[in-house]
Design a protein around this ligand. Structure first.
Ligand code: F6R
Length: 610
């Protein structure tokens, strides 16, 4: 996720900014940059890759300045490269900006600015901000007013900081939907997207709220709204340690990533639903949409958790788009000379975008002439670059080895793709709108499930010594059973199997006794009655049962030992909700067993070997 740090004061800002960026590295990034004012002139240096590379590049330049801003970028619009890295400057290099977030209406703003004669150097949405602010300065406004006027035209999210050589004594910063904090020191002040970047300098901070603009000089700080209303801000004293802060106050990245899913799902959806038309808007598919809609067959290829997302995708696409869909392990696809036609569309799902098996399967499919599309989290990753088109999940960097937030974002993107195709085929406007509304309601529902964390932890305490687990689900929730079992296996080292619940009687039922806990994913859908029969079968054999059920289901409590109740949604979206308690259960069991949940044994975050 992008990082921001800024300094104004009596000291040389360069080492302060570089150290601040290093403190933000744990969040993941793909490029870094710094912008300072030196002798009233601005200087911007940026590169793809690590902060240490930036540091090496500026080492011999003898840069000394009392005011500057710096950024680590996690690409959303435009691949990671020097031009797309921040800061972005205006034409004469007098104004520069760093920005976190997504400007949803950047295409409209860009068109207006192009008409006014502005030229763009990057593919980013962020660059529109610098030219927009510049256009207001050219009209005679000061920097603060120009930032306010620009932000009144912007739809989307931002945490930003701006410096202007015409007013070298200040940094102007603003926030909406992307965190920003001001650090207060003695004859120096700071700005950062995350307190960890400035904590070694000050513990006195002011948190900006949405729609607020801060003006920071070396001796003063004041805040206004983007409509120029003065506001009083409270100063907070930071008590957390640096290590606690890196993980957002959570003990592990995995828990942090589970807990941030309402936000990551919102990010996956941002600007992509067109409610009036009951459809979705996916810029990365514009050039191929006709070929996709007319595909005779869709094949989804991936590994691990991403493969589970693919299985849910198969159900979605076949139900709504009526296109025959198959899901295949990338490792199998690449070696078995699959039948691939030019009329096939092949979707490659990968969080990292670097998984060797998925990449090799992609090359094979490309060679055979199919339409190849990516669903990746890491912008500019190999799979994202090698596919003709695709959709980014925008879940932000996933650091915990066990994939959590990437999975739910993959499901959201698959739902958006299904909606887009279905509306272009035979879904009505009314049905499209209903589906779009259900998708938009998902983040709030995830929030309510996360409130069950304490209860799930208690259930984990009950089951932490189990040696085996069965996960059972039907229809859309069968892949969730697989995913729940995988989460438990990889971080707790407990043997776990996922099955379609009806398959139990064809073999696995032989395993059931009082030592074999079974987790049933049993929301109220068309398979509910059948799954209740499966629960009875396990109960009759003395198995202990945990059920993931709907909030209004009181009957199920008579049959099971523990229930975790979640809100209702339509069948297709249910996996995005049912997986959350399973992620938390696996997490708590592993923690109670004293295991390293963020880096489980034998596993790597990105599997770049066969
Ligand atoms: C499980 C997990 C792995 C990955 C798999 C594919 O928690 O993280 O199973 O899902 O290695 O990785 P990506 O999605 O990066 O291709």
């Amino acid at each position: 996720m992008c990082g921001i740090v800024g300094y104004i004061g009596n000291k040389n800002c360069v080492p302060i900014l570089i150290n601040g960026l290093k403190r933000l590295e744990y969040r993941g990034y793909d490029s870094a940059g710094i912008g300072i004012l030196q002798d009233q002139k601005s200087l911007v240096i940026k590169n793809k890759g690590k902060v240490t590379l930036l540091e090496e590049r500026i080492q011999n330049l003898n840069l000394i300045s009392n005011v500057g801003i710096a950024h680590t970028r996690w690409a959303t619009h435009g691949i990671p490269n020097e031009l797309n890295a921040h800061p972005h400057s205006n034409h004469d290099g007098t104004l520069f900006i760093i920005h976190n977030g997504i400007i949803e209406n950047f295409l409209v703003l860009k068109k207006n600015l192009l008409n006014q004669g502005y030229r763009f150097n990057s593919e980013t949405d962020s660059e529109v901000l610098v030219h927009l602010i510049d256009s207001f300065i050219k009209e005679g406004n000061d920097l603060t007013k120009s930032v306010q006027l620009a932000l009144n035209e912007v739809a989307g999210t931002y945490g930003l900081a701006v410096i202007y050589s015409g007013e070298p004594d200040k940094i102007v910063a603003a926030r909406k939907g992307s965190p920003l904090v001001v650090g207060l020191g003695e004859n120096e002040n700071f700005i950062a997207s995350d307190v960890s970047a400035i904590l070694s300098h000050t513990k006195q901070v002011v948190y900006l709220e949405d729609g607020e603009v801060a003006v920071i000089t070396k001796n003063s700080f004041n805040a206004k709204t983007i409509y120029n209303k003065e506001i009083e801000k409270e100063v907070h004293e930071i008590t957390l340690t640096l290590e606690e802060i890196d993980k957002g106050g959570y003990p592990h990245f995995m828990l942090k990533e589970i807990m941030e899913q309402p936000e990551t799902v919102r990010n996956s959806l941002r600007g992509r639903i067109v409610l009036d038309e009951g459809t979705s808007k996916l810029g990365g598919l514009i050039d191929v949409i006709d070929r996709l809609i007319n595909a005779k067959r869709i094949i989804i290829t991936a590994c691990g958790t991403s493969w589970h997302a693919g299985l849910v995708g198969e159900y979605m696409i076949e139900q709504f788009c009526r296109i025959p869909t198959e899901v295949e392990y990338a490792s199998e696809f690449r070696y078995r000379n699959p039948i691939v036609n030019k009329e096939d569309a092949i979707l490659f799902i990968s969080q990292s975008g670097e998984t060797a098996d998925t990449l090799a399967a992609l090359q094979e499919a490309k060679m055979k002439g199919a339409l190849v599309l990516g669903i990746c989290n890491v912008v500019g990753s190999s799979i994202a670059r090698e596919t003709n088109s695709g959709v980014y999940t925008h879940a932000g960097p996933e650091i915990g080895v066990a994939s959590t937030k990437a999975f739910t974002s993959q499901l959201v993107v698959l739902a958006l793709i299904s909606l887009l195709i279905a509306r272009r085929k035979n879904m009505s406007l009314v049905d499209g709108k209903a589906l779009a509304e259900e998708i938009l309601a998902i983040p709030d529902k995830i929030e309510s499930i996360l409130k069950l964390n304490d209860k799930i932890e208690q259930i984990a305490e009950e089951f932490k010594n189990a040696k085996n687990f069965l996960y059972l689900g039907r229809g859309y929730n069968f892949p969730v059973a697989l995913e729940g079992a995988l989460k438990l296996k990889e971080i707790s080292y407990i043997h776990a199997e996922g099955y379609p619940a009806a398959e139990m009687k064809h073999g696995p039922i032989a395993l059931i006794d009082e030592n074999m806990p079974a987790i049933f994913i049993a929301p109220k859908d068309s398979t509910y009655e059948k799954i209740i029969s499966n629960i009875q079968e396990v109960k009759a054999r003395g198995g202990r049962i945990i059920a993931i059920a709907n909030e209004d289901d009181n009957e199920i409590d008579k049959l099971v030992d523990f229930s975790i109740k979640i809100p209702q949604t339509i069948r297709m979206l249910m996996p995005i909700l049912t997986v959350i308690p399973l992620q938390l259960l696996a997490y708590h069991i592993a923690v109670k067993k004293g295991l390293n949940v963020d880096q489980p044994r034998n596993l790597a975050k990105s599997v770049t070997v066969e």
